[in-house]
Design a protein around this ligand. Structure first.
Ligand code: CAA
Length: 263
């Protein structure tokens, strides 16, 4: 792979978008490599992913403007679909994905971070959807996910004005969960990922699915989704070991990682 680095440390995988000369902008090759990387994550051992960008300046500075500049309407739509397909793969990936936003997260960069389960960022991070200034709409899910993550009114304001947000404002509107000094960001992401990976993996996966799927339907349907995924945890090794450890009052054992059981 030319533009994606993938490293595994224990149960945590880190994907680094590594096209530093273009501030990690997303061209077709980056999107294809990211998709292939996700397809190859070993879900038997990896329990949480971190997504970040190479260097200290940029997470992802958007979709590649050079590549987009000559597209026809049909090619533009196809490019949008290419990005959307990869981002949806990330969003529905069976295990949690933490975006460690280490600088510019503009356009497609803000959008890819919003496809992750959790966003944390460095104090130099800049978020924004500058597309209308380029004569296009946000095209990798920004019109949909920003409105769902913050509020429709705030999303509309940010998208129509194309105004960038600094890290503290992104935190204030709930776009990111926490802001860290640049040098502490990856460590914080790794600590959070390792904490997630310590928990029962089937339960964590089912929580992700319950939250994601439940948000797409009304509350009556949503609680049925929850019931099914709750029920699905029972009789698994995770549930037996997790509850057994508690009932045995064995604090040492309680902290142990319960075994992964393939469904
Ligand atoms: N696409 C392609 N190349 C990009 C890029 C992008 N989105 N963003 C940065 N680059 C390239 C620059 O062209 C430059 O390359 P060269 O050295 O070959 O000239 C290199 O990265 C460094 O960039 P700058 O010299 O511009 O760095 P800077 O520090 O002066 O500015 C910046 C940084 C403010 C992020 C500026 O690069 C910028 O505004 N980039 C574009 C951001 C943007 O508009 N993103 C949205 C793209 S549209 C989109 O994403 C659509 C969608 O929803 C799918």
């Amino acid at each position: 792979m030319e533009f994606i680095k993938y490293e595994v440390d224990g149960a945590v995988g880190t994907i680094t978008i590594s096209r530093e000369k273009a501030l990690n902008a997303l061209n077709s090759q980056v999107l294809d490599e990211l998709s292939e990387t996700l397809d190859n994550v070993d879900l038997e051992t990896v329990r949480c992913l971190i997504l970040t960008g190479a260097g200290e300046k940029s997470f992802v500075a958007g979709a590649d403007i050079g590549e987009m500049s000559t597209l026809t309407k049909a090619e533009g739509e196809a490019f949008g679909k290419k990005g959307n397909d990869v981002f949806r793969k990330l969003e529905t990936f069976p295990i949690p994905v933490i975006a460690a936003v280490n600088g510019f997260a503009l356009g497609g960069g803000c959008e890819i971070s919003m496809s992750c389960d959790i966003r944390i960022c460095s104090d130099n991070a800049i978020f924004g959807q500058p597309e209308v200034g380029l004569g296009i709409t946000p095209g990798f899910g920004g019109t949909q996910r920003l409105a769902r993550l913050v509020s429709p009114g705030m999303a509309k304001q940010l998208i129509y004005t194309a105004r960038n947000l600094k890290a503290d404002e992104a935190y204030r509107i709930g776009l990111v969960n926490a802001v860290y000094p640049q040098e502490e960001l990856l460590g914080a992401a790794q600590k959070m990922a390792a904490g997630i990976a310590m928990n029962a993996p089937i339960a964590v996966r089912n929580c992700k699915k319950a939250i994601n799927d439940g948000l797409q339907v009304d509350m009556d349907q949503a609680i049925v989704i929850e019931e099914k995924l709750f029920g699905d945890c029972f009789e698994t090794e995770d549930q037996k070991a997790g509850m057994g450890n508690f009932l045995e009052k064995d604090k040492e054992k309680k902290l142990k990682v319960v075994p992964f059981q393939n469904k």
